[in-house]
Design a protein around this ligand. Structure first.
Ligand SMILES: [Zn+2]
Length: 289
């Protein structure tokens, strides 16, 4: 098993609530979803029950492969943690939609979905064209820097600041001009906020994605808008310099303390007030109010 499988399941189990459901007579086309949901529940139950043996998420990932198809999730194939996390959340959501008609459609994915409005203002006719978008991971641009950059600063740069986009076709005056673009996070805010740092930039010289190792300070409490206060609950860290190699570990908060998970090695961490990390890749917050 590659390291990200361990890290991701430890991480997901720490941020996602256990949902209950029952199954009756099952048509064949729902069998893969059934297997995925049960494998997922087994992981959640196992992780929060004291026991001596570490849990290997083999069943979960063979079930995920059964739903997504192909050979993506075979043992020994390295994937990007973000891709696996998105596949897992979307597949579980499809499973809950298909298997649990008693809960509203998309209940699972909506736990994570962050909504934003992207608006381009034409610099000639001043018309504003808003686009409503949503994503299960809030991606933040990252830049190379020798100083420590705060997560709030990166949030402002990506989701409040105005940026000039060159040569955009204007829907109103029909002329190509520069536009001023701004993306703003809007309600409803998700129960669980997943923030992704764009650590991997394309390098022409090496024709692969290289890592931006800027140190980012990650606060234990984060205000997303004036409405939403979030509490840090987990991190996925990528160790190494390239996207499709390296090693993933996870840190997450259980009832009492912070735990570092490195494959099947778990260790208790001292209480973390503010993390500073050059390896933090995906950061999870739980909404407090
Ligand atoms: Zn215009």
């Amino acid at each position: 098993m590659t390291s990200h499988l361990h890290s991701l399941t430890e991480f997901v189990s720490s941020v996602v609530p256990r949902l209950n459901f029952t199954t009756e007579a099952l048509p064949d086309n729902l069998r893969p979803y059934h297997d995925l949901l049960f494998a997922y529940m087994d992981i959640i139950d196992g992780m929060w029950t004291p026991q001596s043996e570490p849990i290997v998420p083999e069943d979960l990932f063979s079930a995920l492969q059964g739903v997504t198809g192909g050979a993506k999730y075979e043992i020994g194939v390295q994937q990007d943690a973000e891709e696996v996390l998105s596949d897992l959340i979307n597949s579980l959501n499809d499973g809950f939609n298909a298997m649990v008609p008693t809960i509203p459609s998309d209940s699972f994915v909506n736990l994570f979905k962050v909504h934003f409005i992207n608006q381009n203002k034409c610099t000639v006719c001043s018309s504003i064209v808003p686009h409503r978008e949503s994503s299960i991971i809030l991606w933040l641009s990252l830049f190379k820097s020798s100083r420590i950059v705060s997560l709030e600063e990166l949030l402002r740069l990506s989701y409040t600041s105005e940026q000039v986009i060159e040569d955009v076709a204007c829907d109103s005056c029909h002329v190509r001009h520069n536009a001023v673009s701004q993306t703003i996070i809007v309600d409803p805010l998700p129960a669980f906020l997943l923030i992704g740092l764009k650590r991997f930039e394309w390098s022409k010289e090496t024709t692969c994605r290289r890592k931006v190792s800027t140190k980012v300070s990650i606060p234990s409490n984060l205000s997303l808008t004036t409405n939403g206060l979030y509490e840090l609950s987990g991190l996925i860290l990528h160790h190494g310099t390239r996207m499709y190699s390296g090693h993933y570990t996870a840190q997450f908060f259980n009832d009492k303390s912070w735990i570092n998970a490195n494959d099947d090695q778990l260790e208790i961490l001292p209480n973390i007030v503010e993390q500073q990390s050059q390896d933090a890749y995906i950061i999870a917050y739980k909404r407090v109010y």
